[in-house]
Design a protein around this ligand. Structure first.
Ligand SMILES: [Zn+2]
Length: 307
């Protein structure tokens, strides 16, 4: 497998692996879409590879790439479930306690570990305190602070920084984002290309490009066209992305041009937009009219500010 970015982490891991000093619990954390899962997979392949370099051609690598290596386990919240269940953690612990069937090594990649309740966290803690020989846990989470301090303190904390511009473009291209959507995808990805996977859907990608044009200047926007867009696309578009696009278009202008009094009004309107996706979900609000009301409030605030 190929990995773009995160070279420093890979180097540190490989150095420790070859030096026989690998920590048994690596906690990879960072923003959604930055590539933590891919990185964890890449490190797992290094660990399981017969020459310890993810060579891609040894028996271990081939089984790994086919997803059938008996000493590799993948654990994530089940579809439709909110949390990682304690039973899943127990399975992982049981797996790690066995000795490896292909070698002396076993590795578990655990995704979305911040979606884990306290019982599950305590169970996991045990295996970090008393690791089985040859076992490696690669733990992936978005929000480090949602994990108990006891768990964090027993892991090798590994922050995954956003990718740079050229790496971001490389990943987006490798994902298959079309050339005409690439500039917008790059801008929105903000170093976390994985979050733009929604743009692989052509209809949605086109809708987002149109949304950008329609809403980049609330003061001058064609409200009728915005309303029409909402009617057609609001259901299929991630709400967080819609709100974020509007906020990003307006925030820099705001910083440059507003007086303090006006700044506050526009900032409040943008804050309300940032809260909108959560409010829609929590209170089952109708997305289109509530968005439109907030967008009109932003339009008014921007017009009054003269920004
Ligand atoms: Zn190999």
């Amino acid at each position: 497998m190929q990995l773009i970015g995160h070279e420093a982490i890979v180097q540190r891991f490989v150095r420790a692996l070859h030096g026989g000093q690998l920590h048994h619990g690596w906690l990879l954390y960072g923003r959604q879409g930055v590539g933590k899962h891919t990185l964890a997979q890449y490190l797992a392949q290094h660990y399981i590879c017969e020459s310890r370099q993810a060579c891609g051609s040894c028996h271990g690598c081939r089984m790994f790439m086919a997803g059938s290596h008996p000493d590799v386990c993948h654990c994530a919240p089940l579809e439709g479930k909110r949390d990682l269940a304690i039973d899943q953690i127990r399975e992982v612990l049981g797996f790690l306690a066995l000795s490896g069937s292909e070698s002396e090594r076993r590795v578990v990649v655990m995704d979305d570990v911040d979606r884990m309740n306290i019982q599950a966290a305590n169970a996991l803690l045990k295996s970090l305190e008393e690791p089985a020989p040859g076992s490696l846990l690669l733990i992936v989470c978005h929000d480090l602070m949602r994990l108990p301090a006891t768990l964090r303190s027993r892991c090798m904390l590994t922050p995954c920084a956003p990718l740079d511009q050229s790496q971001t473009v490389q990943v987006l291209q490798a994902m298959g984002i079309s050339e005409n959507c690439l500039p917008l995808a790059q801008q929105l990805a903000d170093g976390c290309p994985g979050r733009m996977a929604c743009m692989l859907d052509d209809a949605l990608a086109e809708a987002l490009v149109e949304w950008q044009q329609l809403t980049h200047d609330a003061a001058a926007a064609d409200i009728g066209a915005v309303e029409q867009w909402l009617r057609r696309y609001v259901r299929m578009t991630p709400h967080a992305l819609m709100a974020e696009m509007v906020i990003r278009s307006h925030q820099p202008k705001l910083m440059e041009k507003c007086s303090l009094a006006h700044y506050r009004a526009v900032d409040e309107a943008l804050t309300a937009l940032a809260r909108w996706p959560g409010e829609v979900l929590r209170h089952s609000l109708r997305a289109a009219p509530t968005f439109l009301a907030l967008f009109l409030a932003l339009r008014l605030a921007v017009r009054q500010s003269g920004a």
